[in-house]
Design a protein around this ligand. Structure first.
Ligand SMILES: Cc1ncc(COP(=O)(O)O)c(C=O)c1O
Length: 406
């Protein structure tokens, strides 16, 4: 067998992940959705299990994934254009839904231009690959998402400095080091919302540090923000961490697959930067765009977020998030203050975290254990994600289930 020497190594790797309780292992298969009913939000059916589940671990923060307007938009686009793009954008894969969505996203974020990718992960990889030259320094928050970490590994910057999580003095220092290394360009990259704990990057303060150092670089300090968890979930009108902090990135990356309920990724920014990215971004040039159905559904989602209905959904999401955080505090549980619907419950022990998640599961509630190496040992927590599809009764049900596990 050609893999006979590789196979035992891989088996050993899997066993050691299991022994460390780090193996993702078995994936539950969602087989159905029971619609919201009165005081209960929707419930989800899992293969082989009789009881329905309340999903506290979905990124569909506004509950738009099953919204009738998105479903109808996707169906209409499929009927018109088929299910796939059939080619990459510059060959013959640019369809009307792509162009209309890009225009809508640019306007939504108050930017000159927008550009779609197959996912936010691909957007980050591709934008960083395009922007980083051999004369560039990349400066990155230590808790940035895996896509940023991998993007930086793929490119070969002249300098790479990772600063401590949200540490502005560290960022300041990192830019000083980059200037001293004679880099012509610097790229500061941060998550807008850090997905494990819902922490929000202080973009206003980060922007100030960036401006302070800009003159030291011949080709500027570019601020790149990945706000995949912020857009649609945060800010008075759902514009994410930019709206929450009152500052703008030079390039903002978002996903269509979380609050917008569809699938895909995008970047918005000045026209010349987007034009340049279209010429140089590998995941744009050599990889299919999202499907016409996804693009049309996503445009419907942006329109909903930008309407009175979106305002109502955001208000409901904020109320439920507040209710959940208050409930955790009343139980004496450790959480973080904040406005984002990612609500962490710190357990600070891997085995106890897994036991609570199991206990919730047995009571029909899906939540996610966040364990090492995603977070440092001692920071083990449970991530709850509140959604506008939940009801106050759902939130109380989760709190009651937790109380039973105290
Ligand atoms: C900060 C951040 N960026 C990117 C992604 C990936 O998004 P997508 O599924 O659109 O690739 C995620 C998803 O978890 C994320 O949290």
């Amino acid at each position: 067998m050609p893999v006979d020497r590789l196979q035992p190594l891989l088996e050993q790797q899997l066993q050691s992940l299991s022994a460390d309780q780090r193996r993702k292992g078995f994936e539950h298969v969602v087989t159905g959705r029971i619609a919201a009913d009165g005081g209960r939000g929707p419930r989800y059916q899992l293969a082989g299990l009789p009881q329905p589940f309340l999903r506290m671990n979905s990124n569909s923060y506004l509950g738009l994934a099953t919204h009738p307007r998105l479903v109808a938009a996707a169906e209409a686009a499929v009927a018109r254009f088929g299910v796939g793009p059939g080619a990459v954008r510059f060959i013959s894969g640019t369809l009307e839904p792509h162009v209309r969505l890009e225009a809508r996203l640019g306007a939504f974020h108050g930017r000159e231009a927008a550009m779609l990718f197959s996912s936010a992960y691909a957007t980050v990889l591709s934008v960083i690959a395009s922007l980083v030259t051999p004369e560039t320094a990349v400066v990155s928050d230590e808790l940035n998402h895996n896509c940023i970490i991998n993007a930086i590994r793929l490119v070969r910057p002249k300098a790479k400095v990772v600063y401590r999580h949200l540490d502005l003095a560290g960022l300041d220092d990192a830019l000083r080091q980059a200037a001293a290394a004679d880099c012509r360009r610097a790229l500061v990259v941060t998550d807008g919302v850090f997905s494990m704990r819902g922490a929000i990057a202080p973009l206003d303060a980060i922007r100030e540090v960036v401006l302070r150092h800009d003159a030291a670089f011949a080709e500027n300090v570019v601020l790149l923000v990945d706000d995949s968890h912020g857009v649609g979930a945060l800010g008075a009108t759902g514009r994410g961490s930019e709206e929450q902090t009152g500052a703008q990135a030079d390039l903002l990356i978002g996903t269509l697959g979380k609050a917008f309920g569809a699938n895909g990724g995008y970047v918005v920014g000045p026209q010349v930067l987007i034009d340049s990215l279209r010429e140089t971004s590998p995941m744009y040039i050599y990889s299919n765009p999202i499907t016409p159905g996804e693009a049309s559904a996503a445009r419907a989602a942006v329109e909903i977020v930008d309407s009175a209905e979106g305002q109502a959904l955001l208000g409901h999401l904020r109320d439920l998030t507040g209710r959940f955080r208050d409930g955790l505090r009343r139980q004496g549980r450790e959480t973080l203050a904040g406005a984002h619907p990612v609500v962490p419950l710190f357990v600070r022990d891997a085995a106890r975290t897994a036991a609570i998640v199991r206990g919730l599961f047995e009571q029909g509630i899906l939540a996610t254990a966040i364990l090492y190496p995603v977070v440092p040992r001692g920071d083990e927590s449970i991530r709850f994600q509140v959604s506008a599809e939940h009801t106050a009764g759902d939130i109380d049900e989760v709190l009651a289930a937790l109380a039973r596990l105290a």
